[in-house]
Each structure stands twice: as structure tokens, then as C-alpha cells.
Design a protein around this ligand. Sequence first.
Ligand code: IMP
Length: 181
Amino acid sequence: MEHNDMIKQTLIDSKAIAKRIKELGKLITNDYKGKDLLVIGVLKGAWVYLADLLREVDVNAEVDFMSVSSYGSGTSTSGSITIVKDLSVSVEGRDVLIVEDIVDSGLTLSHLKDLLYSRNAKSVEVSTLLSKPSRRRVDVEVKYIGFEIPDEFVIGYGLDFDEKYRALRDVCVLKEEAYQK
Ligand code: IMP
């Protein structure tokens, strides 16, 4: 497969991902039963995770998407985010669950949470498939974490490098040579 040439190793395979998502789905179902839940997927990376997660959540949730950019084509972080696509619904008075692919420095999430609270959301919690705790630059609470991973650049299951590799079924570590070129 064309994808394989830049993969160093598989970090989390699709079976393990599916198993963990079932567990998270149950937790989220329990916490939001009977509530007016608005799920916000952060594009582009979160769409694969969001699709699988929501089908394990037994709550009648509304879904919307936001697109924010904090990375260019490289692997280092910038200190702020830009809203590329905003929500099409109001968050006022609503219980919001942000769905992220990965929390790295935490800056994107921290900005997003502040923004949603400033728009008077009732509650804002977060589910991320992946978290790199060793990279955190701001202290931001993430309630539903799929997997904590080491400080390596990962691709697949929605995550990209230079807009590629999002459709890989597993979460894989990218070969260093891909970004040292
Ligand atoms: P943060 O603001 O540093 O937490 O970065 C969050 C965003 O950076 C994620 O939503 C991803 O788009 C991107 N990102 C961080 N680490 C990785 C990675 O290992 N692979 C792919 N994208 C990443």
C-alpha cells in the first residue's frame, strides 16, 4: 500500500481503537443521558474519531463542526489559533462536548474552551482520541481520553502529515525522514 512507505511503526491498531471507543461511548452516554448535548468536531483531524465515537453514544446529540488552524505543513506548534470555519449553531445554555483528534500542547483546546464559554455554553467538556501529556504547555482539563501516547508525531485515523495519511485505519508513527526533508 502506498501509505506504508512513511510509517515507522503501528502505535495503536484499529481493534484497540474500537475497543476503547466503546468504553468512552458508555461513559459519555451515562454523563449526558437526558441532556441537550451539542457535539463539536474539530476539523479536520477529528472526523474519523467523531464518526466512530458518536455511534457508541446513546444520546440524541446534535453535531456541528469547527475548523481551526494551529499548524502549517510542519510539525511544530504556533501560539494561537485562527477560526477557519465557525459553528453554525449557538452554544448558549448548552452542554457541549468538543471532540478532538489529539491534544498536544493543549493550546488549541484551551483557546476553544475559552471561546465557547465566552459564548455562554453551559458546560464544555472534551474527548480526544489521543493525548501527549509530555508536550502540554497549558493546563487544560480533558475528561475523556482515548490513549496517552509518547512524544512522537503520529498519523492515521484522521490525523495527517501535510494533509496525507488521514485514512489509515491504525494510529502510526511517522518516519522522521518525512519531516526532515
Ligand atoms: P495543540 O494545540 O498543540 O494541542 O495541537 C492540537 C492540534 O495539532 C491537533 O488537533 C492536530 O491537528 C495537531 N497535531 C498535534 N500533534 C500531532 C501529531 O502527532 N500528528 C498529527 N497532528 C498533530
